[in-house]
Design a protein around this ligand. Structure first.
Ligand code: KG4
Ligand code: ZN
Length: 339
């Protein structure tokens, strides 16, 4: 079975071709970061319009790189939600139309299921069951993954997502959008321990997160003295430590709670190297093992949508002819795969 996959939930346009036997045959991505930078964040209408421009050439290029004619495809997977509704609709409309024209099924994929399954693209995929730490721009969740399609939410953020916390504090430090990776870069020059920011939910039992208080703490640090280059780096360092420290402690707590020894980390913040180093060290001390997608598949991409889409098409699931997308879509509402 071979599928074409399309991702367009936010500000990345992407296409990929995945074959059940041959593996990932092609993946193409166009990031709209430059387009949105002037505005300090994603402008939904501009994102939708740009997806319309980018998606078809990306699909043509992915099919060419995979040396795959449409006749060799068994389905088209697309991100059906959650995300920006206009952006989602561009991919949904295109995928549904192509599948109709090519007389093959389409399947709408849950974006977070894509992130969760991204590590399956690596040569050493994680075993099931495992605990997943899903950390993106919009979500921070700990999920027990019994199998593909069987997800139990263990805990999530009560306010800002980890990526959002990176981006918002980066903005306070004057870094351009999207601030997360730039803040991480700046943090490397920071002195450890120069600042200590709160880790709100750590002293309480449970697997919930809260990151909104970080903004206030950072704002206070930024305003309380002249913001020299070193001070900026020190603050960035402390922000990164507060976020990665909280994520690491809670992820370990989730392993203890479930009795599982495998942790999977995915989503954009999973690209953060300090987080990876901390998690790997903590897991090792705990006798557990951590699995990550390669860095480029932590952030949004179509390869991960192809993995989820292929699994669901292989299980016989199909989208109808209606063009469907959902801005909100709880992971728990996902249909299970037949055993
Ligand atoms: O998964 P993703 O690409 O998009 C969503 O589905 O949200 O995640 C994007 C988020 C952004 O908040 C971005 O700043 C953050 O991931 N991010 C990072 C790093 N790379 C991406 N945050 C911290 N350190 C990084 N290296
Ligand atoms: Zn994402």
């Amino acid at each position: 079975m071979r599928v074409l996959a399309i991702e367009s939930s936010c500000d990345e346009s992407a296409a990929a071709v995945l074959d059940a036997q041959a593996g990932l045959m092609a993946h193409e991505l166009y990031s709209q970061v430059e387009l949105h930078r002037t505005y300090g964040g994603v402008v939904p209408e501009l994102a939708s319009r740009d997806h319309v421009r980018r998606l078809l050439p990306l699909i043509e290029s992915a099919l060419a790189h995979a040396a795959t004619a449409p006749a060799a495809l068994d389905g088209v997977a697309y991100t059906a939600g959650p995300g920006l509704i206009g952006a989602l609709l561009t991919g949904a409309a295109l995928a549904t139309s192509l599948a109709y024209a090519w007389k093959i099924p389409a399947i709408g994929v849950h974006h977070l299921e894509g992130h969760l399954l991204a590590p399956l693209l690596e040569s050493e995929p994680p075993p099931f069951p495992h605990v997943a730490l899903l950390v993106s721009g919009g979500h921070t969740q700990l999920i027990e993954v019994a199998a593909i399609g069987r997800y139990r939410l263990l805990g999530e953020t009560r306010d800002d997502a980890a990526g959002e916390a990176f981006d918002k504090t980066a903005k306070l430090l004057g870094l351009p959008y999207p601030g997360g990776p730039q803040l991480a870069e700046l943090a490397r020059q920071g002195t450890p321990g120069a600042f200590t920011f709160p880790r709100p939910m750590l002293d309480r039992p449970g697997l919930e997160f809260s990151f909104s208080g970080l903004k206030t703490a950072v704002l206070h640090a930024v305003r309380s003295a002249e913001l020299t280059a070193q001070r900026r780096a020190d603050i960035a360092r402390a922000v990164e430590e507060a976020i990665t420290g909280t994520l690491t402690a809670k992820a370990l707590r989730a392993l203890e709670y479930t009795g599982l020894a495998t942790l999977v980390v995915s989503g954009g913040v999973g690209a953060n190297r300090a987080l990876r180093a901390q998690l790997s060290a903590a897991a090792q001390a705990h006798g557990a093992r951590v699995y990550y997608p390669r860095i480029e598949f932590c952030t949004d991409n179509a390869a991960m949508i192809a993995v989820a889409g292929l699994a669901r098409l292989a299980a016989g699931q199909r989208a109808g002819l209606a063009i469907e997308a959902r801005a909100q879509w709880p992971l728990a509402a996902l249909a299970q795969l037949a055993a």
